[in-house]
Design a protein around this ligand. Structure first.
Ligand SMILES: Nc1ncnc2c1ncn2[C@@H]1O[C@H](COP(=O)(O)OP(=O)(O)OP(=O)(O)O)[C@@H](O)[C@H]1O
Length: 269
């Protein structure tokens, strides 16, 4: 395309109109009575970025995810997704806007198959009757979405297996597949490698690394080696407050973070 041509100018205009920041948190706070679980947190996540949220236990990481997804509405501040104020939007509408998440604790139906769990995840997005018989009421598009998400999570060959027959690592992969099925633009992963064996961690890390570049990923993870190998930028919280942020190499060398986070672990070792 020639520079200065009408097509090039149109593309330039479109790029200008699509904000580079997909997620914007301004002075977000979440309080439970007197406890400020999240306290005045401001951050920006760029489109396509891989971002980690780290911090010691109780730092407010999951509560921050809850404020982004709407599970717990912020008590103060503003959350903006793709240029739109979603601070007061209910969770299902945020999901429809393109925000998807996994949870720390597995959230699956063990007596159903992998594909039936996928059907449930997709059927839950729109009002309709659900049946596990036949196609489970999925449209062709939804079946394609389920197949694609299972392939991205490397679970395609396990589609007909019962969840109870999956390893714990495969169950985490299924949770990722369920979060990926609706085609999110922002994927929040809450400790995707927690409780996994070293071999399972490698698989989950590979799945995350191979996800399409256009999906912005924010993940909470305690395994520092793993998380720093996966992301471009790290935000560290402590006692609900923003402590520091930087590229993985800077985070490794940040004495303040080592003290509140890594240091704590070392002191307890
Ligand atoms: N629904 C709730 N009601 C009351 N207090 C809560 C609630 N959810 C979280 N908290 C408290 O808020 C603080 C932050 O919790 P949160 O789970 O967000 O931390 P975290 O950084 O995710 O911790 P971890 O790494 O252990 O998962 C903690 O003190 C926690 O006990």
């Amino acid at each position: 395309m020639a520079a200065g041509s009408p097509a090039a100018m149109f593309c330039q205009l479109m790029r200008k109109r699509v904000p580079d920041t997909i997620l914007k948190l301004d002075h977000v706070g979440v309080s439970f009575d007197a406890l400020k679980a999240v306290d005045d947190v401001t951050l920006r996540v760029r489109r396509g970025e891989r971002r980690a949220i780290i911090g010691p236990n109780g730092a407010g990481k999951t509560t921050l995810f809850n404020a982004i997804t709407g599970v717990v509405p912020p008590t103060s501040g503003r959350v903006e997704f793709d240029g739109r104020d979603i601070t007061r939007m209910p969770p299902h509408r945020r999901a429809a806007c393109g925000i998807s998440r996994t949870f720390q604790i597995t959230n699956l139906f063990p007596s159903l198959t992998v594909e039936q769990n996928m059907q449930l995840a997709l059927c839950g997005l729109t009002p309709r009757k659900f049946s596990l018989l036949g196609s489970g009421g999925l449209t062709d598009t939804e079946r394609d979405q389920a197949d694609r998400a299972l392939a991205l999570s490397r679970l395609g060959p396990r589609a007909r297996s019962l969840v109870s027959e999956l390893s714990y690592g495969e169950q985490r992969q299924l949770e990722m597949a369920m979060a990926l099925a609706p085609g999110p633009r922002l994927l929040l992963l809450d400790e995707p490698a927690a409780g996994l064996s070293p071999a399972e961690r490698v698989i989950v890390a590979d799945v995350i690394r191979s996800l399409p570049a256009e999906i912005t990923i924010v993940l909470i993870e305690h395994d520092m080696d793993l998380v720093l190998s996966l992301v471009d930028w790290v935000t560290c919280l402590n006692n609900g407050r923003f402590l520091a942020e930087g590229a993985p190499a800077e985070i490794r060398g940040n004495a303040e973070i080592q003290d509140v986070y890594l240091g704590k672990a070392h002191r307890h070792a």
